[in-house]
Design a protein around this ligand. Sequence first.
Ligand code: CUA
Length: 314
Amino acid sequence: MRQVGGGSFDPQGPAAETISGLWWLMLGLGAAVFVLVAALLTIALFRPRPPGDAEPAAPTSKLHRRWIVAGVVAMPVAVLVIVFGATLHAMRSVRNTAPEGALVVEVIGHQWWWEIRYPDEGIITANELHIPVARPVTLRLRSADVIHSFWVPALGGKMDLLPEGTNTLVLQADEAGEHLSQCAEFCGLQHTKMALTVVAEPPDRFASWVSQQQRPAAEPAAEVARRGRDVFLAAGCASCHTVRGTAAQGTKGPDLTHLARRPTLGAATVRNTSDNLAKWVTDPHQIKEGVMMPAARLPGEQLDPLIAYLETLE
Ligand code: CUA
């Protein structure tokens, strides 16, 4: 899978930057305390004992008490106050209320794929989230079955998708790039194969992606692809999948109107190639065991036209 950036170590948006700053602050404070304690321990271990002093003195002197107050009370309190304050600041600046002019996207978790809807644009796609750079995006997160969790480390913020109720997460990408997001809550057998590609792109490229996605599927030009469409409608694919512009209006599985444009199959499990597409259709459980899609054991004279048709869904 293509990916740019180094995840949470390479923040690409304001929320991720705040979270990353907090992480570095905590690492810095932790490291400083560790170095201080290690240095004091080293000094104590190697300090020569006064001659004739068999037992170390009980910690009763004024100096001892000062060390105890500073090291056991003052320092931990100072560190905790700093971390607490920085955490509150980070929590306030990572927004979960929709800002003015934000793009609204609905993300619905399924076992084990992501349904992505753009209600204002009238788009439904799967396993790829396109967002314009420098514009806040309000994600409305929910689940169709069990609890999933949405997390794009480079853009920051992690949020659960629940079967009941909608959670909101606001993200913004400051630079164009592609990020891989992995479901971050164990959600069943194929939890590890539930990934999402996030494509942050300049506004004009995003606009052309939107207008391309808004088009219904075109009538296939080649005769073989038209035969494949008939196979698609007759073999039961249409009872779970939608291809806009055709009689296929199923909603259990991903919308396939622009399947051929997607970089991967099975929620970023394999690349979207003709070979993998044929394997996926005939035996998806070989690629992703336990997947809800049943195997379609089609003879070659039906499979080849079907794949040819699916590849026209640009
Ligand atoms: Cu969905 Cu883990």
